[in-house]
Design a protein around this ligand. Sequence first.
Ligand SMILES: Cc1cc2nc3c(=O)[nH]c(=O)nc-3n(C[C@H](O)[C@H](O)[C@H](O)COP(=O)(O)OP(=O)(O)OC[C@H]3O[C@@H](n4cnc5c(N)ncnc54)[C@H](O)[C@@H]3O)c2cc1C
Length: 324
Amino acid sequence: MKRIAIIGAGMTGLTVGIQLNDFTTVELFEKSRGVSGRMSTRYVKSYQFDHGTQDFTIRDQAFKKFLGPYIKTGILKEWKPKLMLLEKGQLAKTKDWSEKHYVASPKMNELCLAMAKEINVQLNIEIIRIKKGEQGWLLYTKDENEFGPYDWVINTTPAPQAEKLMPHSFTGHQYFKKCKMLGCYTLMLALVVPWKWEAAIVKNSLISWITLNSNKPNRGNEETLIVQTNNEWSENHINEATSNIQNIILEELNSLLSYDFSDSQYLTTHRWRYSSTKQPVGVDYHLDHELRLGACGDWFIKGRIEAAFISGYKLADSMKKNLC
Ligand SMILES: Cc1cc2nc3c(=O)[nH]c(=O)nc-3n(C[C@H](O)[C@H](O)[C@H](O)COP(=O)(O)OP(=O)(O)OC[C@H]3O[C@@H](n4cnc5c(N)ncnc54)[C@H](O)[C@@H]3O)c2cc1C
Protein backbone atom coordinates (compact mmCIF):
# COMPACT_ATOMS: atom_id res chain seq x y z
CA MET A 1 0.00 0.00 0.00
CA LYS A 2 1.19 3.51 -0.78
CA ARG A 3 1.98 5.78 2.19
CA ILE A 4 0.55 9.28 2.05
CA ALA A 5 1.30 12.19 4.37
CA ILE A 6 -1.26 14.99 4.62
CA ILE A 7 -0.31 18.32 6.20
CA GLY A 8 -3.17 20.09 7.99
CA ALA A 9 -6.29 18.67 9.67
CA GLY A 10 -8.95 21.22 8.73
CA MET A 11 -11.92 20.36 6.50
CA THR A 12 -9.66 19.88 3.43
CA GLY A 13 -7.05 17.61 5.03
CA LEU A 14 -9.64 15.48 6.81
CA THR A 15 -11.62 15.10 3.56
CA VAL A 16 -8.53 13.91 1.67
CA GLY A 17 -7.67 11.56 4.54
CA ILE A 18 -11.11 9.96 4.71
CA GLN A 19 -11.37 9.54 0.93
CA LEU A 20 -7.96 7.86 0.65
CA ASN A 21 -8.00 5.87 3.88
CA ASP A 22 -9.30 2.62 2.37
CA PHE A 23 -6.84 2.67 -0.52
CA THR A 24 -3.59 3.84 1.07
CA THR A 25 -1.89 4.26 4.43
CA VAL A 26 -2.73 7.81 5.43
CA GLU A 27 -1.04 9.94 8.13
CA LEU A 28 -2.22 13.48 8.90
CA PHE A 29 -0.03 16.05 10.66
CA GLU A 30 -1.61 19.00 12.47
CA LYS A 31 0.36 21.73 14.22
CA SER A 32 -2.43 22.69 16.64
CA ARG A 33 -3.59 20.74 19.65
CA GLY A 34 -6.90 19.96 17.97
CA VAL A 35 -8.30 19.37 14.51
CA SER A 36 -10.66 21.76 12.61
CA GLY A 37 -8.42 24.68 11.58
CA ARG A 38 -10.58 27.65 10.67
CA MET A 39 -13.66 25.67 11.70
CA SER A 40 -12.54 25.62 15.35
CA THR A 41 -14.27 26.46 18.62
CA ARG A 42 -12.66 28.41 21.49
CA TYR A 43 -13.54 27.38 25.07
CA VAL A 44 -12.89 29.55 28.08
CA LYS A 45 -14.32 28.67 31.51
CA SER A 46 -17.96 27.85 30.80
CA TYR A 47 -18.02 29.94 27.60
CA GLN A 48 -17.65 28.69 24.06
CA PHE A 49 -17.20 30.63 20.84
CA ASP A 50 -17.30 29.50 17.21
CA HIS A 51 -14.70 32.11 16.36
CA GLY A 52 -13.99 31.07 12.73
CA THR A 53 -16.61 29.55 10.42
CA GLN A 54 -20.10 30.74 11.35
CA ASP A 55 -22.35 28.49 9.29
CA PHE A 56 -22.40 26.97 5.83
CA THR A 57 -24.60 25.92 2.94
CA ILE A 58 -24.65 22.56 1.14
CA ARG A 59 -25.03 22.78 -2.64
CA ASP A 60 -22.67 20.26 -4.20
CA GLN A 61 -24.03 16.68 -4.56
CA ALA A 62 -20.88 14.95 -3.24
CA PHE A 63 -20.84 17.30 -0.23
CA LYS A 64 -24.52 16.58 0.39
CA LYS A 65 -23.95 12.82 0.24
CA PHE A 66 -20.91 13.00 2.51
CA LEU A 67 -22.71 15.10 5.14
CA GLY A 68 -25.92 13.03 5.09
CA PRO A 69 -24.89 10.73 7.98
CA TYR A 70 -23.74 13.72 10.09
CA ILE A 71 -27.14 15.37 9.62
CA LYS A 72 -28.86 12.12 10.54
CA THR A 73 -26.88 11.72 13.78
CA GLY A 74 -27.44 15.37 14.75
CA ILE A 75 -23.79 16.46 14.46
CA LEU A 76 -25.00 18.93 11.84
CA LYS A 77 -28.11 20.98 12.42
CA GLU A 78 -29.91 23.66 10.51
CA TRP A 79 -29.53 27.13 12.02
CA LYS A 80 -32.23 29.73 11.30
CA PRO A 81 -31.40 32.95 13.10
CA LYS A 82 -33.62 36.00 12.78
CA LEU A 83 -31.37 38.11 10.55
CA MET A 84 -30.98 41.84 11.08
CA LEU A 85 -29.28 44.51 9.00
CA LEU A 86 -27.23 46.99 11.02
CA GLU A 87 -26.21 50.20 9.30
CA LYS A 88 -25.16 53.52 10.81
CA GLY A 89 -26.57 52.47 14.16
CA GLN A 90 -29.96 51.56 12.69
CA LEU A 91 -31.06 47.96 13.24
CA ALA A 92 -33.72 46.66 10.86
CA LYS A 93 -35.16 43.23 10.13
CA THR A 94 -33.85 41.87 6.84
CA LYS A 95 -34.78 38.96 4.57
CA ASP A 96 -34.23 35.53 6.08
CA TRP A 97 -31.86 33.17 4.30
CA SER A 98 -33.53 31.61 1.27
CA GLU A 99 -31.57 28.36 1.58
CA LYS A 100 -30.68 26.14 4.52
CA HIS A 101 -27.62 27.08 6.61
CA TYR A 102 -25.96 24.48 8.82
CA VAL A 103 -23.80 24.50 11.92
CA ALA A 104 -22.17 21.64 13.79
CA SER A 105 -23.63 20.83 17.20
CA PRO A 106 -23.00 21.37 20.08
CA LYS A 107 -20.04 23.36 18.71
CA MET A 108 -18.56 24.11 15.31
CA ASN A 109 -15.53 21.83 15.63
CA GLU A 110 -17.76 18.79 16.22
CA LEU A 111 -17.88 17.86 12.52
CA CYS A 112 -14.09 17.74 12.13
CA LEU A 113 -13.77 15.88 15.44
CA ALA A 114 -16.12 13.21 14.11
CA MET A 115 -14.27 13.03 10.78
CA ALA A 116 -10.91 12.71 12.55
CA LYS A 117 -12.05 9.59 14.41
CA GLU A 118 -11.86 7.68 11.13
CA ILE A 119 -8.19 8.40 10.36
CA ASN A 120 -4.69 8.59 11.80
CA VAL A 121 -4.17 12.22 12.88
CA GLN A 122 -1.09 13.31 14.79
CA LEU A 123 -1.58 16.57 16.69
CA ASN A 124 0.93 19.17 17.90
CA ILE A 125 3.26 18.43 15.01
CA GLU A 126 4.27 21.37 12.87
CA ILE A 127 5.99 20.33 9.68
CA ILE A 128 8.65 22.86 8.75
CA ARG A 129 10.54 21.02 6.00
CA ILE A 130 9.85 18.47 3.28
CA LYS A 131 12.84 16.65 1.80
CA LYS A 132 13.30 13.94 -0.80
CA GLY A 133 14.97 10.83 0.69
CA GLU A 134 16.09 7.68 -1.10
CA GLN A 135 12.85 5.84 -0.29
CA GLY A 136 10.44 8.77 -0.67
CA TRP A 137 9.47 12.06 0.97
CA LEU A 138 10.56 12.86 4.53
CA LEU A 139 8.87 15.41 6.81
CA TYR A 140 10.67 17.28 9.59
CA THR A 141 9.66 19.30 12.65
CA LYS A 142 11.78 22.12 14.05
CA ASP A 143 13.28 19.65 16.57
CA GLU A 144 14.44 17.59 13.58
CA ASN A 145 11.98 14.78 14.29
CA GLU A 146 11.68 12.87 11.04
CA PHE A 147 8.54 11.21 9.59
CA GLY A 148 8.42 9.02 6.51
CA PRO A 149 9.31 7.92 3.94
CA TYR A 150 6.08 8.67 2.05
CA ASP A 151 5.15 8.01 -1.57
CA TRP A 152 3.09 11.20 -1.68
CA VAL A 153 2.77 14.41 0.38
CA ILE A 154 -0.43 16.47 0.17
CA ASN A 155 -0.35 19.98 1.60
CA THR A 156 -3.71 21.43 2.72
CA THR A 157 -2.49 24.53 4.56
CA PRO A 158 -3.48 28.07 3.41
CA ALA A 159 -1.60 29.18 0.26
CA PRO A 160 1.02 31.44 1.90
CA GLN A 161 1.95 28.68 4.39
CA ALA A 162 2.01 26.01 1.68
CA GLU A 163 4.23 28.22 -0.46
CA LYS A 164 6.89 28.35 2.25
CA LEU A 165 6.78 24.61 2.88
CA MET A 166 6.70 23.03 -0.58
CA PRO A 167 9.97 22.34 -2.43
CA HIS A 168 10.84 24.97 -5.08
CA SER A 169 10.53 22.41 -7.85
CA PHE A 170 6.81 21.75 -7.04
CA THR A 171 4.78 22.80 -10.07
CA GLY A 172 1.99 24.11 -7.80
CA HIS A 173 4.00 27.25 -6.96
CA GLN A 174 2.26 29.00 -9.88
CA TYR A 175 -1.00 28.75 -7.87
CA PHE A 176 0.42 30.01 -4.58
CA LYS A 177 1.49 33.15 -6.43
CA LYS A 178 -1.95 33.61 -8.02
CA CYS A 179 -3.89 33.34 -4.76
CA LYS A 180 -4.60 36.29 -2.46
CA MET A 181 -5.91 35.55 1.04
CA LEU A 182 -7.31 38.15 3.45
CA GLY A 183 -7.39 38.29 7.25
CA CYS A 184 -10.19 38.77 9.77
CA TYR A 185 -10.47 39.63 13.47
CA THR A 186 -12.99 37.96 15.77
CA LEU A 187 -13.99 39.68 18.99
CA MET A 188 -15.50 37.23 21.48
CA LEU A 189 -17.43 38.41 24.48
CA ALA A 190 -19.55 36.97 27.25
CA LEU A 191 -22.61 39.13 27.87
CA VAL A 192 -23.77 40.40 31.21
CA VAL A 193 -27.25 41.22 29.93
CA PRO A 194 -29.73 39.03 28.02
CA TRP A 195 -29.44 39.69 24.31
CA LYS A 196 -32.42 40.61 22.13
CA TRP A 197 -31.52 39.57 18.57
CA GLU A 198 -29.70 36.66 16.94
CA ALA A 199 -27.51 37.73 14.02
CA ALA A 200 -26.74 40.89 12.10
CA ILE A 201 -25.08 41.65 8.80
CA VAL A 202 -23.30 44.98 9.27
CA LYS A 203 -22.87 47.47 6.41
CA ASN A 204 -20.52 50.46 6.06
CA SER A 205 -18.48 49.56 9.10
CA LEU A 206 -15.20 47.82 9.94
CA ILE A 207 -17.50 45.21 11.51
CA SER A 208 -19.23 42.90 9.04
CA TRP A 209 -21.02 40.31 11.20
CA ILE A 210 -22.38 40.02 14.74
CA THR A 211 -24.05 36.97 16.15
CA LEU A 212 -25.30 35.60 19.41
CA ASN A 213 -23.20 32.43 19.39
CA SER A 214 -25.33 30.93 22.11
CA ASN A 215 -28.34 31.09 19.79
CA LYS A 216 -26.90 28.25 17.69
CA PRO A 217 -28.25 24.77 18.54
CA ASN A 218 -27.18 23.22 21.88
CA ARG A 219 -24.67 25.94 22.83
CA GLY A 220 -25.63 25.95 26.53
CA ASN A 221 -26.89 28.76 28.71
CA GLU A 222 -24.04 31.29 28.66
CA GLU A 223 -24.80 34.23 26.38
CA THR A 224 -21.83 34.82 24.10
CA LEU A 225 -21.40 37.22 21.22
CA ILE A 226 -19.17 36.92 18.13
CA VAL A 227 -18.14 40.07 16.27
CA GLN A 228 -16.16 39.75 13.03
CA THR A 229 -14.43 42.48 11.05
CA ASN A 230 -14.59 42.85 7.29
CA ASN A 231 -11.72 41.36 5.31
CA GLU A 232 -10.47 44.57 3.66
CA TRP A 233 -10.24 46.49 6.94
CA SER A 234 -8.66 43.48 8.66
CA GLU A 235 -6.04 43.08 5.97
CA ASN A 236 -5.07 46.75 6.28
CA HIS A 237 -4.55 46.26 10.05
CA ILE A 238 -3.24 42.70 10.05
CA ASN A 239 0.07 43.40 11.81
CA GLU A 240 -1.27 45.64 14.58
CA ALA A 241 -1.30 44.53 18.23
CA THR A 242 -4.53 42.67 18.96
CA SER A 243 -5.00 44.77 22.13
CA ASN A 244 -5.21 47.92 19.95
CA ILE A 245 -7.47 46.16 17.48
CA GLN A 246 -9.76 45.02 20.29
CA ASN A 247 -10.16 48.62 21.48
CA ILE A 248 -11.00 49.79 17.95
CA ILE A 249 -13.60 47.03 17.43
CA LEU A 250 -15.13 47.70 20.86
CA GLU A 251 -15.40 51.40 20.19
CA GLU A 252 -17.14 50.70 16.86
CA LEU A 253 -19.46 48.14 18.46
CA ASN A 254 -20.37 50.48 21.31
CA SER A 255 -21.12 53.23 18.84
CA LEU A 256 -23.16 51.01 16.48
CA LEU A 257 -25.30 49.57 19.27
CA SER A 258 -25.23 52.51 21.71
CA TYR A 259 -24.16 50.20 24.50
CA ASP A 260 -20.90 49.89 26.48
CA PHE A 261 -19.52 46.36 26.12
CA SER A 262 -16.26 47.11 27.96
CA ASP A 263 -17.57 45.54 31.18
CA SER A 264 -18.33 42.17 29.51
CA GLN A 265 -17.54 39.16 31.69
CA TYR A 266 -15.04 37.85 29.17
CA LEU A 267 -13.48 39.66 26.26
CA THR A 268 -10.80 38.58 23.81
CA THR A 269 -9.82 38.99 20.17
CA HIS A 270 -8.40 36.45 17.74
CA ARG A 271 -6.49 37.32 14.58
CA TRP A 272 -7.10 35.10 11.55
CA ARG A 273 -4.22 35.85 9.22
CA TYR A 274 -5.73 33.84 6.36
CA SER A 275 -9.49 33.96 6.63
CA SER A 276 -10.96 34.23 3.15
CA THR A 277 -9.82 34.16 -0.44
CA LYS A 278 -9.91 37.38 -2.47
CA GLN A 279 -8.34 35.85 -5.55
CA PRO A 280 -8.95 32.10 -5.88
CA VAL A 281 -6.77 29.97 -8.12
CA GLY A 282 -9.37 28.90 -10.67
CA VAL A 283 -8.62 25.16 -10.65
CA ASP A 284 -9.87 22.80 -7.91
CA TYR A 285 -6.52 21.35 -6.72
CA HIS A 286 -3.05 20.55 -8.01
CA LEU A 287 -1.15 17.26 -8.28
CA ASP A 288 2.46 17.15 -9.43
CA HIS A 289 2.62 13.57 -10.69
CA GLU A 290 6.33 13.63 -11.35
CA LEU A 291 7.34 14.77 -7.86
CA ARG A 292 4.37 13.06 -6.17
CA LEU A 293 3.33 16.18 -4.32
CA GLY A 294 -0.10 17.79 -4.15
CA ALA A 295 -1.87 20.87 -2.79
CA CYS A 296 -5.54 21.58 -2.16
CA GLY A 297 -7.66 23.80 0.08
CA ASP A 298 -10.55 26.27 0.06
CA TRP A 299 -8.30 28.91 -1.50
CA PHE A 300 -8.26 27.04 -4.81
CA ILE A 301 -11.99 27.74 -5.20
CA LYS A 302 -13.57 30.09 -2.58
CA GLY A 303 -13.13 30.80 1.13
CA ARG A 304 -15.90 28.42 2.15
CA ILE A 305 -16.25 25.08 3.95
CA GLU A 306 -17.93 23.58 0.90
CA ALA A 307 -15.02 24.69 -1.31
CA ALA A 308 -12.52 23.11 1.13
CA PHE A 309 -14.44 19.84 0.88
CA ILE A 310 -14.68 19.94 -2.94
CA SER A 311 -10.98 20.70 -3.37
CA GLY A 312 -9.94 17.82 -1.06
CA TYR A 313 -12.55 15.43 -2.46
CA LYS A 314 -11.57 16.01 -6.09
CA LEU A 315 -7.86 15.68 -5.37
CA ALA A 316 -8.45 12.38 -3.54
CA ASP A 317 -10.75 11.16 -6.34
CA SER A 318 -8.06 11.83 -8.92
CA MET A 319 -5.46 10.03 -6.79
CA LYS A 320 -7.77 7.03 -6.32
CA LYS A 321 -8.37 6.72 -10.07
CA ASN A 322 -4.83 7.22 -11.24
CA LEU A 323 -2.42 6.31 -8.54
CA CYS A 324 -3.48 3.74 -6.03
C1 LIG B 1 -13.27 34.21 10.66
C2 LIG B 1 -13.71 33.22 9.62
C3 LIG B 1 -15.05 33.11 9.29
C4 LIG B 1 -15.45 32.17 8.33
N1 LIG B 1 -16.78 32.04 8.07
C5 LIG B 1 -17.19 31.06 7.21
C6 LIG B 1 -18.57 30.81 7.04
O1 LIG B 1 -19.43 31.41 7.69
N2 LIG B 1 -18.92 29.85 6.14
C7 LIG B 1 -18.00 29.11 5.43
O2 LIG B 1 -18.38 28.24 4.63
N3 LIG B 1 -16.67 29.33 5.62
C8 LIG B 1 -16.25 30.28 6.47
N4 LIG B 1 -14.91 30.49 6.68
C9 LIG B 1 -13.95 29.78 5.82
C10 LIG B 1 -13.72 28.34 6.29
O3 LIG B 1 -13.39 28.35 7.64
C11 LIG B 1 -12.59 27.73 5.46
O4 LIG B 1 -12.97 27.76 4.11
C12 LIG B 1 -12.24 26.30 5.82
O5 LIG B 1 -12.25 26.08 7.20
C13 LIG B 1 -10.87 25.97 5.24
O6 LIG B 1 -10.50 24.65 5.60
P1 LIG B 1 -9.05 24.12 5.20
O7 LIG B 1 -8.91 22.76 5.71
O8 LIG B 1 -8.83 24.35 3.74
O9 LIG B 1 -8.03 25.11 5.93
P2 LIG B 1 -7.74 25.26 7.49
O10 LIG B 1 -8.99 25.13 8.25
O11 LIG B 1 -6.97 26.53 7.64
O12 LIG B 1 -6.83 24.01 7.83
C14 LIG B 1 -5.43 24.00 7.61
C15 LIG B 1 -4.79 23.32 8.81
O13 LIG B 1 -3.38 23.20 8.59
C16 LIG B 1 -2.72 23.37 9.83
N5 LIG B 1 -1.32 23.72 9.51
C17 LIG B 1 -0.87 24.87 8.97
N6 LIG B 1 0.48 24.81 8.80
C18 LIG B 1 0.87 23.59 9.25
C19 LIG B 1 2.13 22.93 9.35
N7 LIG B 1 3.27 23.52 8.92
N8 LIG B 1 2.20 21.68 9.88
C20 LIG B 1 1.04 21.06 10.33
N9 LIG B 1 -0.19 21.65 10.26
C21 LIG B 1 -0.27 22.89 9.72
C22 LIG B 1 -3.52 24.47 10.51
O14 LIG B 1 -3.31 24.47 11.90
C23 LIG B 1 -4.94 24.09 10.11
O15 LIG B 1 -5.55 23.27 11.08
C24 LIG B 1 -14.47 31.38 7.66
C25 LIG B 1 -13.12 31.48 8.02
C26 LIG B 1 -12.75 32.39 9.00
C27 LIG B 1 -11.29 32.45 9.42
